[in-house]
Design a binder for this molecule. Structure first.
Ligand SMILES: *Cc1c(COP(=O)(O)O)cnc(C)c1O
Length: 494
């Protein structure tokens, strides 16, 4: 399988797409065509473990990798998850399920891919004959950073550096990153919000001059952000796995179409669902859930993507994003894979902060996608209602998705299609906000929040968060976003 850039020009192997992260012209790598899962394979997958299912999906895209080795890597990755199932489905109500993706080592869904990515990248370098040291650069809205640090810590021949917006992440997220262990890791706070942070990191990637300086130091850049196809591919697997679980537990008939509601920031998670649909998974609709930063809701409704708006800091910080990078991949598909047009639109976005698709394209998107959002109050209410009605506690990001799903149910009372709501973080990652949502209690301190939330819900506190309190802080530096490359260079030379 070959990969092409959404902005044209390049055609590379899967290994190269993963190692390089972003195409040279700034475009995102997409598969030349979507591989299909046949009916026979589907039946075969019913009896498989999660790592086996994931391998089956991954190998379709990454056919130059060794399947046995890939399976071992997936088994090792998902063995790091708590419990026997890395992506369990919880039945919330008749026809409504929660897909819990937060049982990995850092308690967020990013672990689903970032526990596998180090193998994909290491092996990808070998397949491409790359001998330089790899430097993985990450811009994070909170959860990717920690998951990437944990995934790549002490990896051979790879260094990792994470940038996060100084006041754009939760206290737990910050502590998780700043206490990171490992010899090959660096963490720096950036003045500004996530978009500033992401833009600055993207500029380093696309700068010929910076890359030349790094090459002189025998260093090659790579990315662990969700623009990297190596992040996207493992995410496709859990949509299949959730569907297979519904079939094997007799909740749905094989072939029956279902819906997913996905809390969305950079459009990576929900795009993986779209890719699963393209591969033949019977998905009817995808509900894209935003928080107050509802640029995607507006885009799906109007066809205009416009970042000129107020930026809100919300209680679901991993969705506080105005530039959803992975949307480029959807725009590319919808335009009939018109790379020239996609490049033009992305240039407009960069220059004017705005672009528009045609009405025909908008309607094509609307055949599968719709969007909704939750403001802070609606998110709290959705979380509270579920807690009171069912005893189930969800995090704030999942709360936004819940609100959007509930809105859908109310507008479509006769709709009997089963709904899976994707849950992206452990509630203890945002203990104060979740505590407030379910009990109305306000506490000033995160660890006190953890204690009270435990008292209120009796949910087990994950070990990785419990330990944080006593871990020494290793990283405390804040940098100007215009000077990130200085930090990179200092880290490389260290
Ligand atoms: C990253 C993240 C999201 C958003 O996912 P995207 O792939 O960026 O759309 C939602 N919730 C949580 C908890 C996250 O960490």
């Amino acid at each position: 399988m070959k990969f092409i850039s959404t902005r044209g020009g390049e055609k590379v192997t899967g290994a190269k797409a993963i190692v390089q992260g972003l195409s040279a012209n700034g475009g995102l790598f997409v598969p030349e065509k979507f591989p299909e899962v046949t009916a026979e394979e589907f039946v075969e997958m019913l009896g498989m473990s999660y790592p086996e299912r994931a391998t089956k999906i991954l190998i379709k895209y990454l056919d130059e990798y060794d399947e046995k080795e890939l399976l071992s890597a997936c088994e090792a990755a998902y063995a790091k998850f708590e419990g026997s199932d890395p992506a369990p489905l919880v039945r919330l109500d008749d026809g409504v399920y929660i897909l819990e993706l937060f049982h990995g080592p850092t308690c967020a869904f990013k672990d689903m891919a970032l526990t596998v990515l180090p193998y994909l990248l290491r092996k990808g370098c070998d397949l491409c004959g790359i001998t330089q040291e790899i430097l993985v650069l990450v811009a994070t809205s909170g959860d990717t950073g920690k998951a990437a640090l944990e995934g790549f810590k002490d990896a051979d021949g790879i260094k990792i550096m994470v940038f996060y917006p100084n006041d754009g992440v939760s206290k737990m997220q910050k502590l998780q990153m700043c206490t990171q262990e490992g010899k090959n890791v660096g963490v720096v706070a950036v003045k500004g919000n996530f978009d500033d942070c992401q833009t600055a990191v993207k500029e380093i990637f696309s700068s010929v001059e910076y890359n030349k300086i790094l090459a002189e130091n025998n260093v090659l850049l790579s990315s662990a952000n969700s623009i990297n196809f190596g992040r996207l591919a493992p995410q496709i697997a859990y949509y299949f796995s959730a569907y297979l679980d519904l079939v094997s537990s007799n909740q749905i008939e094989q072939g029956e179409e279902i819906d997913f509601t996905v809390p969305t920031g950079n459009f990576g998670n929900i795009l993986a669902a779209y890719y699963a649909k393209k591969m033949g998974l019977p998905i009817r609709r995808l509900h894209c859930a935003s928080n107050l930063n509802k640029v995607l809701t507006d885009f799906l409704q109007t066809g205009v993507y416009d970042i000129h708006r107020e930026f809100y800091k919300t209680t679901s910080p991993s969705m506080d994003i105005l530039i959803s990078s992975n949307l480029e991949r959807l725009i590319f598909e919808i335009s009939g894979r018109d790379a020239k047009l996609t490049a033009k639109r992305m240039a407009e976005l960069k220059k004017d902060g705005k672009y528009e698709i045609t009405e025909e394209e908008r309607l094509k998107i609307a055949e599968t996608f719709d969007g909704g959002f939750a403001d802070e109050e609606a998110c709290v209410e959705a979380m509270y209602d579920v807690f009171v009605d069912t005893g189930y506690t969800m995090d704030t990001h999942t709360g936004c998705a819940m609100k959007v799903a509930v809105d859908w149910f109310e507008k479509n009372k006769k709709d009997e299609t089963k709904m899976v709501i994707v849950s992206t973080a452990n509630p203890y990652k945002f203990p104060q906000d979740v505590l407030y949502a379910v009990t109305g209690n306000d506490v000033k301190d995160s660890f006190k929040g953890v204690k009270r939330l435990h008292a209120a819900t009796a949910m087990a506190v994950p070990k990785c968060l419990k330990e944080l309190r006593d871990k020494p802080v290793r990283f405390g530096k804040t940098a100007d976003r215009k000077k990130l490359f200085d930090e990179v260079l200092a880290f490389v030379k260290n």
